[in-house]
Design a protein. Sequence first.
Lengths: 252, 252
Amino acid sequence: MPYDPSAFPPFAVTVDLVVLTVRRHALCALAVRRGEPPFQGRWALPGGFVRADEDLAQAAARELVEETGLRVHDPAIPAQDHGAHLEQLATYGDPKRDPRMRVVSVAHLALAPDLPAPRAGGDASNARWAPVDELLEQGGYGRDGEPVAPLAFDHAQILSDGVERARSKIEYSSLATAFCPPEFTVGELRRVYEAVWGVALDPRNFHRKVTGTPGFLVPTGGTTTRQGGRPAQLFRAGGATLLNPPMLRPEV
Amino acid sequence: MPYDPSAFPPFAVTVDLVVLTVRRHALCALAVRRGEPPFQGRWALPGGFVRADEDLAQAAARELVEETGLRVHDPAIPAQDHGAHLEQLATYGDPKRDPRMRVVSVAHLALAPDLPAPRAGGDASNARWAPVDELLEQGGYGRDGEPVAPLAFDHAQILSDGVERARSKIEYSSLATAFCPPEFTVGELRRVYEAVWGVALDPRNFHRKVTGTPGFLVPTGGTTTRQGGRPAQLFRAGGATLLNPPMLRPEV
DNA sequence: GATCATAGTCGTCTGCCTGACGATAAACAC
DNA sequence: GTGTTTATCGTCAGGCAGACGACTATGATC
């Protein structure tokens, strides 16, 4: 393992973010419009260079704040009630993924509750929440009938990997609560699962499962009727992070 | 997202390998002895720089061949009967992880059947298979009574993450077969699970589970008695990669 | 060759969990 | 009140896992 620091090939290292949320019963991702070549005008995932003195997770958290204003939930700060979940996803380093130079991108996955409008460095018209199906559709048409170009770079692959990670991870962890506000009902949590998996779940069995798993949900005592119908109990996310046995995703 | 290619901070990008195998009922990892500073003389994970024209997975596969002679199993080549499993693990980029310069390491996880001796670029004395418990033990003593220094850099963290990935992944995938030779018995596969998880499994329930999961194992027709006792059927790994329902790791 | 030790393989039983689905409860709209 | 919506509790059958008994087929030992 000869190790000559002066001989290493020059790389740029970036972080790209797959920021997912659930809006209007659909799993949506944050997309920003590129203002310059390559892929000018095309939608892309938010991201940017890692700074010289910055850890990868710090860089991802910084980008997340810049793009969404979201703070990352830090379990070490109990007072900080809520915030986005952030984790490393995977690293993409194909030599040709950026036509200008060798860029290695460390993709991160962020899960956030439904937010107001995105802010792309203050320019809202260049950032939007889009249903992931729409972003991953190649050459289709968006909800407004406009033709949809595929995402820039290899961002379709990154987004696809991020969505798959989220889909599988809510099976065996309590991560789905990261899509919910600090207090939420069982029905709201169920609609998160339904949106992420794209399936319908039986409300009764779902209720039995989540309320019967110790440490998953903690009742706050309050109730709400914001969904219409009979008032529902409000819960907060419990301390349990691993669900055992997992919540099974229905077969197709 | 201003994007000035000339202004990016300079990074070196490496791949580090967590190569796991099962030897003598223990989960072992490949370690190489560092021949130069920093951490000269200490054990480390094998790895090296990513070349300018090389994908990350290619770089990892190249390092794996250089260090072990192992080829990576490519599902696209059915004739290639066997080979190591290789997947990306995670990326480590703390600014201070290498005292010389900013190095981002894309760690990969390789799972291999029990091998003859390792070859660290031809120098066998500088590479060895060591039980992961021993490598992760801080300031303990190895099997030969020699004091064990912790792994170089953040390699203890990387190894720990790799082991955890392997432990959880054999729960819900057929990856454990990557630790086995092309043909193996149910008992041999069970001893892989026992070594990786560090628990004892009931041979009868294990047999029922693996033979009852469609696509997991394919009988070859042969039998063997290499383990002593009654001859056992030989199997090859079946096409199934995802186990549903998973093999449950016993509670502690 | 009888006996023993070792592994492998087949069954049984019980308890838990899930999926399917009936029934009831508490709000709102009209 | 009636209807609609959502929440919540209960029931039942089937599947699967853990615990464990029983039997089989080899090599080792006396």
